[in-house]
Design a binder for this molecule. Structure first.
Ligand SMILES: [Zn+2]
Length: 184
């Protein structure tokens, strides 16, 4: 098959670490696909398999501490949310957090200033899987991604059960289209 994939597809999983994390890691390891996990630090307990996430070559970014809509907060409240989440993740993993995704994809100029201040790069997405709305339709999650995927696309997914169901076929179809996967 013709290779037209200088830039790989980047899978991003928001709102974890969830109880399905281990099973996501199993699928990603089996198919040798790297990914980026944007975590709510309030959900990060030592017993979550964060170490395996890093050992398997994935990236952990912050998705805030408690998932507020940042545009409803002032600068100092936004700073507290993102700084707290960054510190919690860094204290547990011992690795610097370099990437940030705002909850609900909502941000304003204060968010940009906070991110710059904390030296985290804000990462949005090109393709939404709408997986949170498709609890009973994993096939549609897969279709939403594979029908629109392009070189270098950043894909929004979540650590949800239906996403886990969709993931093996999603990976297979993206590979069949001649794309590779990469991290940021
Ligand atoms: Zn979220």
């Amino acid at each position: 098959m013709k290779q037209r994939n200088e830039k790989g597809i980047i899978l991003t999983f928001d709102d974890g670490p969830s109880k399905y994390l281990d099973r996501f890691l199993d699928v990603l390891a089996r198919d040798e696909v790297p990914a980026v996990f944007f975590w709510q630090s309030r959900l990060l307990h030592h017993k979550r398999p964060w170490k395996r996430v890093l050992e398997d070559g994935h990236i952990i970014g912050t998705h805030s501490n408690s998932h507020p809509n940042l545009v409803k907060l002032d600068f100092s409240q936004q700073m507290k949310e993102i700084q707290t989440s960054k510190s919690i993740i860094e204290d547990i993993t011992g690795q610097q957090v370099r990437y940030f995704r705002p909850p609900f994809g909502q941000y304003n100029k204060d968010t940009i200033a906070v991110a710059s201040n904390l030296q985290v790069e804000m990462v949005m997405w090109e393709i939404s899987s709408f997986d949170w709305e498709l609890k009973h339709a994993p096939n549609q999650i897969m279709e939403n991604v594979t029908s629109r995927v392009q070189e270098g696309s950043i894909v929004l997914l979540h650590e949800l059960e239906q996403t886990l169901c969709a993931l093996p076929t999603l990976i297979k179809k993206v590979k069949e289209k001649g794309f590779k996967f990469s991290t940021i």
